[in-house]
Design a protein around this ligand. Structure first.
Ligand code: BG6
Length: 483
């Protein structure tokens, strides 16, 4: 099965911060791959905007070199790569001053889709939005794209939203959470709402608990400065894990459209019980093997920033009361693994004596690596000798099931094309971001007020002991972190 390419309209995409890491590593390679798939209409332009003084030829040269590093397969199709580079333009612009704005205005074509991707620090979001507006560059139809960090607490998130909304309406603002662009995250909605099988069971009557794990094997080397100001709660839970939680727990939207889906996600966040400190675990990795410890990476020997967090979350609504959601995420863990495990209750009555030892049914939705779904089932162990039970997985790797020709689309490819298409379903609305911070802030305040430090854990392990204890005390266990 080969993926279908859905055409988009011709566009002008301006990337602010075009010479920076995100642009060269993710955004431009994603656009190249969309061109290779035939989705980028001829005549569309990508306009790099940054502070550096250079011309279009210099920018094309820079991107030619960075494509060799970040998208090496581009050299297999040299003609296409040239076509792509020829679609690039450059304009030197001063985000905080007047230089470059008039030429940019002259360059933009009003009869094309116009999108402005702010691949810059959040301190510049408001400035750039304002100048796009006051210089008459943005139209009521143009779109603006921003990405995390979208604030570091509720007050700063509100301020950011207020700055953006001075110049752009909500329907023009695309807040990226790259987890929403992952294939399996969207599949979660398809699995839940396109099958009649699961939804009747998707509630506290039948589901014992849910485990959401985003484990990473990498540490924070190279970005310790940013990370030390952030920590796992701000870096992963407020955004990516919150989105996974919402999509797992939300009510079926009446329609698959941006506001209907986002309304349902918002209701989940509003139904979260305030977190109590005893339902939170913080960890920090220590040195292991050849790897330095967290504090060495962060270059801050006294750092109390968490590189691991585990939470027990209760959702107070009719569907979920009594069914906890356990969340954990961390750096330098045993493997890179992201999954949502929905663990079902035992049958109400057991006719098999062995049942007590079984783990029970679980639906495991694996985001990475090897995206797929797996159902843990209990069956009879084959052979004579009475009724012995065993557990087997009903396993479906999407790559195996759908065939090797299915093109693996990176989250940025999908999300950028959704911006051009004008579809906000996979983007966060301002109120969602604020509500999530509103839930996170008291946890941070409680940690700040608490004199204990994050619990140390071994690099290459499953996180601190306290995280195991969080489930043990409820008579439950985390799933293994295995790739
Ligand atoms: C980013 C975080 O948003 O997501 C990183 O800032 C993290 O710390 C990354 O490593 C994880 O993304 P992925 O797609 O590799 O799971």
């Amino acid at each position: 099965m080969v993926s279908r390419v859905i055409p988009v309209d011709q566009f002008d995409l301006v990337i602010f911060g075009a010479t920076g890491d995100l642009s060269r590593r993710k955004i431009l390679p994603a656009l190249f791959r969309r061109m290779r798939s035939g989705q980028m209409p001829e005549g569309s332009r990508i306009i790099g905007a940054a502070r550096s003084k250079m011309d279009t030829a210099g920018f094309r040269d820079l991107i030619r070199r960075s494509m060799a590093e970040f998208e090496p397969t581009a050299s297999d199709t040299p003609e296409l790569l040239e076509t792509f580079l020829n679609a690039l333009e450059y304009i030197a612009i001063d985000a905080m001053g007047d230089a470059g704005w008039k030429p940019l205005k002259k360059m933009m074509r009003k009869d094309r889709v116009q999108a402005f991707y702010l691949s810059v620090g959040p301190n510049l979001f408001g400035e750039i939005a304002h100048r796009l507006h006051t210089n008459g560059i943005a139209t009521p139809h143009s779109r603006i794209v921003v990405e995390k960090p979208l604030g570091h607490d509720l007050a700063s998130a509100k301020a950011l939203n207020a700055q953006l909304s001075e110049s752009f309406a909500e329907h023009q603002i695309y807040r990226i959470d790259h987890y929403l662009g992952k294939e399996t995250v969207q599949n979660l909605m398809a699995i839940r709402f396109a099958n009649a099988l699961f939804e009747p069971l998707w509630n506290s009557q039948h589901i014992d608990h849910v485990q959401i794990t985003v484990a990473e094997s990498i540490g924070v080397a190279g970005r310790g400065g940013y990370y030390d100001q952030s920590g796992a709660l701000r870096d992963m839970v407020q955004n990516h894990m919150m989105q996974l939680l919402c999509l797992t727990a939300m009510e079926p939207p009446a329609k698959f459209n941006a506001d209907f889906v986002r309304d349902e996600k918002l209701k989940v966040i509003r139904a979260l019980d305030p977190l109590e400190i005893q339902n939170t675990v913080r960890g920090q990795y220590r040195a292991g093997g050849d790897e330095a410890s967290y504090v060495e990476h962060a270059e801050n020997p006294d750092s109390t920033t968490e590189s691991f967090v585990a939470l027990k979350v209760n959702i107070s609504n009719w569907r979920w009361a009594g069914t906890p959601f356990y969340l954990r995420t961390g750096k330098r863990l045993r493997a890179r693994l992201s999954e949502i495990a929905v663990v079902f209750k035992d049958p109400p009555h057991s006719i098999f004596p062995e049942m007590a030892n079984r783990k029970g049914n679980a639906l495991i939705i694996r985001l990475q690596p090897d995206e797929g779904i797996r159902m843990r089932m209990t069956i009879k162990e084959p052979g004579p000798g009475g009724m012995r039970l065993t557990e087997v997985p009903l396993d479906m790797s999407f790559a195996e099931a759908l065939g090797p020709d299915v093109e693996a689309t990176d989250a940025y490819e999908r999300l950028i094309m959704d911006v051009i298409r004008g579809d906000q379903t996979l983007f966060m609305r301002g109120d969602e971001v604020e509500e999530a911070w509103g839930w996170i802030d008291p946890i941070i305040a409680a940690w700040d007020a608490d004199s204990s430090k994050p619990a140390p854990y071994d690099a290459g392990g499953s996180g601190p002991e306290d995280s195991l204890a969080l489930l043990h005390r409820d008579g439950r266990r985390w799933r293994e972190i295995d790739a």
